[in-house]
Design a protein around this ligand. Structure first.
Ligand code: ASP
Length: 317
């Protein structure tokens, strides 16, 4: 695993939450809470990153993550440039590292990268100059650290201490980077219990997610939970023949109001989006009173501000 900290212990890269200590996570969440505002409200601006240039380099589709990294950088006074990868030199056959060295020569100090290939983020981080930070905006099925942090922030805002919560992660856990980062952050914050619910074909291998209880029906798995985290079937990471039929999937694993009634009455419903209404979640649940899905989106900006500030706050002009 790549060293994510500088020799003085400060955070330089954020590629995974796997080795983050509880106090480091708490500090990021506390700072994110400082920036967090209600749905539709802009976080307070600052000049903390004046003079810092950030590149958004996304080689897989993204709406929320790319836009919220961009807004987060701008709210902190940084310059943010979106690099359209299909227009960049990578499309002309140039290697990822050559693209990265070009950006480095152009004074980019933070590279926000989403890529479908496992290991690309660590590879880039191992090769960039000392003043450059690499932040993951989603790596293959492996990791989506800022999503994990915004999920933890959202649970905390509604429920208080994570340590008191029973959290269920539901759906295509096997191919989900959101599930892996959520697991890592909730484990680090010592959630009372973590449950995985999904069809056997979409469950992760036995050695992954140690310490979680596993269920193959929502009826059983949702009983008494405080947090229900729904996932999209990651069609782009599954062979066509293994993708479940959507109607059958909804019939067995879709979150309906009746199934949600099995959870604790105050349970919250989360989804990282994009959502497939009528596949993993019923529309009335997605838009219902227990849904915090829009709050997750606005917390994304606050969390990304906290992370950008942590890695680049000392570089500002
Ligand atoms: N937006 C999330 C991700 O990038 C979840 C998803 O795509 O299903 O992983």
């Amino acid at each position: 695993m790549i060293e994510q900290r500088r020799p003085n212990g400060s955070l330089r890269h954020l590629i995974t939450l796997e080795d983050l200590r509880r106090d480091e996570i708490e500090a990021l969440l506390q700072r994110a809470q400082h920036y967090a505002r209600g749905v539709g409200q802009a976080p307070p601006g600052s000049e903390r990153l004046r003079g810092v240039t950030i590149a958004n380099l996304f080689t897989e589709p993204s709406t929320r993550t790319r836009v919220s990294f961009e807004l987060a950088g701008r709210r902190l006074g940084a310059e943010v440039v979106n690099i359209e990868v299909q227009l960049s030199s990578r499309a002309k056959g140039e290697s990822m590292l050559d693209t990265i060295y070009t950006l480095q020569a152009l004074h980019f100090a933070v590279l926000v990268i989403r890529d479908a290939e496992p290991g690309v983020l660590a590879h880039v981080a191992a090769h960039v100059a000392a003043h450059v930070s690499v932040l993951s905006a989603g790596e293959a099925h492996l990791s989506h650290p800022t999503q994990g942090l915004l999920d933890a922030l959202t649970v905390r805002q509604h429920k208080g201490s994570i340590a008191a919560q029973c959290i269920a992660i539901v759906g295509d856990i096997r191919h989900s980077r959101v599930a892996r980062s959520a697991y890592q952050v909730f484990r680090a914050l010592e959630a009372r219990s973590l449950r995985l619910i999904g069809p056997p074909t979409l469950m992760p291998p036995a050695h992954e997610f140690p310490g979680c209880e596993r269920f193959d029906t929502l009826e059983e798995g949702l009983a008494g939970v405080d947090v229900v985290m729904m996932l999209r079937i990651q069609k782009e990471r599954i062979a066509q023949s293994d993708i479940p039929d959507t109607e059958e999937y909804f019939a067995r694993y879709g979150l309906t109001a009746a199934r949600l009634a099995r959870a604790h009455p105050g349970a919250i419903v989360m989804h990282p989006q994009p959502m497939n209404r009528g596949v993993e979640i019923a529309s009335d649940v997605a838009d219902g009173p227990q849904s915090v899905i829009r709050e997750q989106v606005s917390n994304g900006v606050a969390v990304r501000m906290a992370v950008l500030e942590a890695v680049a706050g000392n570089m500002a002009a």
